[in-house]
Design a protein around this ligand. Sequence first.
Ligand code: SF4
Length: 363
Amino acid sequence: MSKIVVQICCSVDSHYFLECLREDFPQDEIIGFFYNPNIHPYGEYMLRLKDVEFSCKKLGIDLIDGLYDINKWYEITKGYENEPEKGNRCTICFDDRLDVTALKAKELKADKFTTTLLMSPLKSQEKLKIIGDKLGVQNALEFIYKDYRSGSGGINQSLAVKNNRLYRQNYCGCIYALNAQREAQNRLCDELISLITKQILPNSIEYRLSLFEQRDKLSDNGKEFFIKKVDFINYRILSGLLKINKIAVPSYILAYSYLKNQKTNAKVEFIKNSTAYLNKNGIILIAIEKFNELTNRSYKSVKELLTNPLSFEEEVRARREILEDFSLSPVIIVDSIKQDDAIELALNATYFSDTKEEIEIIS
Ligand code: SF4
């Protein structure tokens, strides 16, 4: 039996492509090969890999996971960081992915190889064909060039993504293209923000990983569901520092705390119920024992809270106990606070309109 090794870049490009390939090569064994060290950061790589696993499982196609050789990828694209998409960096990136796929095909004793990159409207099919044919000759393999995206291909591809509830990423993969895209969109590159704690921020890569894990489970259990889009105000802290009497102290800044000028000096106006109200920007400092009371927790210190925070949703609920829904005033948890303390706060935070996906279970 003939074998085809297919380099898979993402399920959006692969699902329909693999369906067509199976129809065109009914006698061949098709093996998926996920080799993409160009996908950054690693969380996004895992997200796309898991999604391709989900798609291949549905199609009954075996999938091999290639090496995430990110150091080699950075090395070969050195000097091409500022190239635009479809430029020389992309040619190097295709070369590497197809080269490693051809070697994998030889290792697996396959006689053909191809790539789902041919399905992407942002990739040059012509360029991919030249690279594929060259590697085919070098390795005594046939490179399968198929244009499944022409005609109604694009529509069929979109339908396959929708009907199978696949993950639709919104950037090609590498950090260079991602940065350039976000800069052009004047949008925060929040894909590169990852917390050292286990808190999952809304619409972060970790959020999507858990969403699609839930999809996989629901699908395995034969549940009916759909994935809906929700517009909302997202928030990220970029940096924060609180000093009391000129000394930096452990502090936990609650979500949606915002300081327009990013820096302020303030004094305590009054303290009530272990809650200090400052004379600037509506800032509120809350002692950890009061925070425990509000959240029904038993943190011994702010350091403990920092390493083991509430979930984002619980944190927002706690904030609502303190301030009204649309307030952006900084609310900060500290170990203790006194009436005559002098406060310095530096806070660089941002809020922005965003769209996230949520799962709605039907039955
Ligand atoms: S933009 Fe895409 S194809 Fe081009 S180098 Fe980056 S990941 Fe590779």
